[in-house]
Design a protein around this ligand. Sequence first.
Ligand SMILES: NC(=O)c1ccc[n+]([C@@H]2O[C@H](COP(=O)([O-])OP(=O)(O)OC[C@H]3O[C@@H](n4cnc5c(N)ncnc54)[C@H](O)[C@@H]3O)[C@@H](O)[C@H]2O)c1
Ligand SMILES: [Fe+2]
Length: 386
Amino acid sequence: MSISYFQTANTLITGSGSIAKIGEQAKKFEAKHVVIVTDSIIKQTGLLENITTPLTNQEISFKIIDKVVPEPPFENLEDMIQELESDNPDMLIGVGGGSALDITKLLSVMLTNKEDVRNFIGTDKIKNRGIPFILVPTTAGTGSEVTANAIFTDVRDNVKKGIVSPYLLPSAAIIDATLTLSVPAKVTAATGMDALVHAVESYTAIKAGELTDGIALQAIKLISRSLRTAVYDGNNLRAREDMAMGSLLAGISLGNAGVGAVHALAYPLGGKFKVPHGVANSLLLPYVMKYNVISNLTKFKEVAIAMGENVEHLSLRDAAEQAVHALAKLSEDVGIPASLQEVGVEESDLQDLAEEASKIDRLLSNNPRKLTRNDIENIYKDAFGV
Ligand SMILES: NC(=O)c1ccc[n+]([C@@H]2O[C@H](COP(=O)([O-])OP(=O)(O)OC[C@H]3O[C@@H](n4cnc5c(N)ncnc54)[C@H](O)[C@@H]3O)[C@@H](O)[C@H]2O)c1
Ligand SMILES: [Fe+2]
């Protein structure tokens, strides 16, 4: 058995109503003045009262910065850092989807590392630990609250870039499904499929192991049984709870076993065509899995079973392929476009997309089946419909 590391947030607080604990949690870190980092839509929903009231009860002062934009570019960080420095907080609280959480992670380390944020691109490039931060996801979701990763759009070359460092893991994360009740159906579908991709990719990844396999399978089970309900009956708290827990478990698995070719092929779609992260992943998932399935038939059969498929009378090969059909069906049922043409890609773009994706070695080397530049182009062609 090879040596492996397992890391996650320092403290995880889960369950409906758990957000009420945020004041006590901030107090444990001796916070006196916090900055809440979020976006303007979340501020308008009124969700922040769930955070500001417990902070006030603990006599902790706060300021809200609501300038996060979706799929944030590096410039979004630069917009906020000056305001943050002049406010001099001793803790940050990130509230929102992956965009707000990733911004919060980076702002924390930018306060203690005075250099160009682009120097941090890659793995382990951040020198000093940042100030303490708590993450509160309001989508289910990216799992960013338990990963050491943050993803930004580089507008210089329109490519999404990753920063990976243990300093991007929060002091605590609070996962409360009630905060996701207001997520619109379309965002529920895209973010929920992103979580499912995290679980399936990390379960079948090269770096997958005993510590993550059970966690990933449980995530697949929870998400598969509840995503349709969460999309079409958004007020259903049971479905939202399954999704919140599924997203968290998928994030823990992704944070340790990593993801693979679905994410690698999705990043150029996000950078160049502004396709939301979850939509890009979900669209590509069945095509990449069709390619990957042969690499580990037993694991793909387990994915089918976790998704609730009846594979009893099927051969191993057919049972594994049942997982690919079930993933495509779920994506279609929740309204995700099924082809690249539907998201504005032209046939003449496919070569450039393949060129960009083939550079993302960090993810491609973790994919269970090796891909050449040609294989990547063929998958894009399949997803385009040629
Ligand atoms: N760090 C990681 O490990 C990791 C993993 C996957 C994705 N990501 C990154 O996360 C970003 C995407 O995050 P996302 O998919 O959560 O989307 P998002 O954070 O961009 O949010 C999508 C939209 O949903 C709205 N929203 C969020 N919560 C809401 C609520 N409770 N009620 C109403 N509206 C709400 C937001 O205001 C926004 O308009 C991308 O940049 C992606 O690359 C990071
Ligand atoms: Fe993702």
